[in-house]
Every structure is written in C-alpha cells, then in structure tokens.
Design a protein around this ligand. Structure first.
Ligand code: AMP
Length: 218
C-alpha cells in the first residue's frame, strides 16, 4: 500500500500514520521527523532547514525531495509506505509522480484530513514535546502525568519553536497557499478521500481503515 496523508499542520496525520504503519507493516516517511532529526544532528542539511522550520516556512523543495528520494530507494520501503507531510507543494507532487513512474509504482490513495482552523490552533499551541525521546503531549488534552517533565524519560518538556503562535499562523498561511492546491491536484487523479480529523483518535482511525478498504469512488 502506498499512501499520502495530506492536511494542515495539527490535523493528526502523524498519529494516524503511525497506527496505519504498525497495522499494515509499512513504513511511515515523515519529512518533518526527518528534518527535525537532521536539525538535532546538526548536519549541513539540518542547519539549512532549521531557519525555515523555526519560522514556520517550508524548507526548499530540493532539500526535501532529496530526503524522500533517498528513503524510497531503501528496500525496507518496498512493502509500501505512508508519506506524512510530503508532498507539500505542487512541484514536490510532480517530482514524486516522476520518481514513482521510474520505479514502476503507483500511489494507491491520498487521504485528506480535515480539521477546523480553531481546533488546529488549539492543538498546536498546547502541544509539548520531549527533546530527548520525542514523545508528545498536550497541556489540556493529553498532559504528562509528570507535569512539565516527560512521562517516559523525565526530561523537561518544551514547546517546539514552530508551535509558537507566530509560527503557527505562518504554517497555516503556507498550508493554504502552497499545500491546499494539492487537494485539487489529487482529486483530478481520482486518488483522494476526505476524512474528518476532528474526532477522537480511535474514531478517526476506524474511519480511516474503512476508507482504505473501500474502492476508490472520488
Ligand atoms: P511537520 O512536522 O510535518 O509539521 O513539519 C515541520 C516543518 O518541517 C514544516 O513546518 C516545514 O518547515 C518542514 N517540512 C516538513 N515537510 C516538508 C515538506 N514536504 N516541504 C517543505 N518543508 C517541509
């Protein structure tokens, strides 16, 4: 199964991608996670990406495309994959289509997760992350049992710089301008299914599994 998860930041794509990856034994490829790892390791790519990410802007297409190309070439992705947070621009989607054709592969489905802007802002602004083990919490919806410390490893939780108010506004603007056009792009290819991402995690997952099992009708 080869899937793309589309949607604004904070719609829960990553959480759902983890669940699908475990259930279907396929790999999740999250460009956000790959970029954050490069930033943590202070690689040249990470240093270039950090400035864009902190401000809530997109990292240049060339950088992200290189990362994804490398991942898809890895044999561990032969079983299938979920692209989480990629593509985010039409040029990225065009390159992805080319890479898949080169490998004789096709996307099976693109899932568009929908959540209201108000809910997204609430989710992102309350998110707290562990800088050591990458666990995530929410001050209101999923607080750590250790208060301001990570439940798993005891590290002090932080707010990601791109989860601060100004960066959230920028990320949502960037989504509308550069990523939302992909809805039309994939609709035309009859690959798109829409999903309400505002419900409880388990409900969204239940509906997602149903959507993946259903024949494509869009
Ligand atoms: P995410 O965790 O998916 O919200 O990604 C965090 C940040 O990484 C984004 O705000 C962008 O700065 C960068 N990023 C992730 N994926 C992409 C992409 N496909 N294209 C450009 N920048 C990306």
């Amino acid at each position: 199964m080869r899937l793309v998860f589309l949607g604004a930041p904070g719609v829960g794509k990553g959480t759902q991608a983890d669940k699908v990856a475990a259930q279907y034994r396929i790999r999740k490829v999250s460009t956000g996670d790959l970029l954050r790892e490069a930033v943590r390791n202070k690689t040249p790519l990470g240093l270039e990406a950090k400035e864009h990410m902190d401000q809530g802007r997109l990292v240049p297409d060339s950088v992200v495309i290189g990362l994804v190309r490398e991942k898809l070439a890895d044999p561990s992705h032969a079983n299938g994959f979920i692209l989480d947070g990629f593509p985010r621009t039409v040029p990225q989607a065009e390159v992805l289509a080319k890479v898949l054709v080169e490998r004789g592969l096709q996307l099976d489905r693109v899932i568009n997760f929908k959540v209201s802007r108000e809910e997204i802002v609430k989710r992102l602004s309350g998110r707290r992350s562990c800088p050591k083990c990458q666990a995530t919490y929410h001050v209101e919806f999923a607080p750590s049992k250790n208060g301001t410390l990570c439940e798993r490893c005891g590290e002090a939780l932080i707010q990601r710089s791109d989860d601060k108010q100004e960066a959230i506004e920028m990320r949502l603007r960037v989504y509308e301008e550069q990523t939302a056009p992909l809805i039309n792009f994939y609709e035309k290819q009859r690959l798109l299914s829409h999903l309400n991402g505002a419900e409880a995690v388990e409900t969204v997952y239940h509906n997602l599994v149903k959507a993946l099992a259903a024949p494509q009708t869009a």
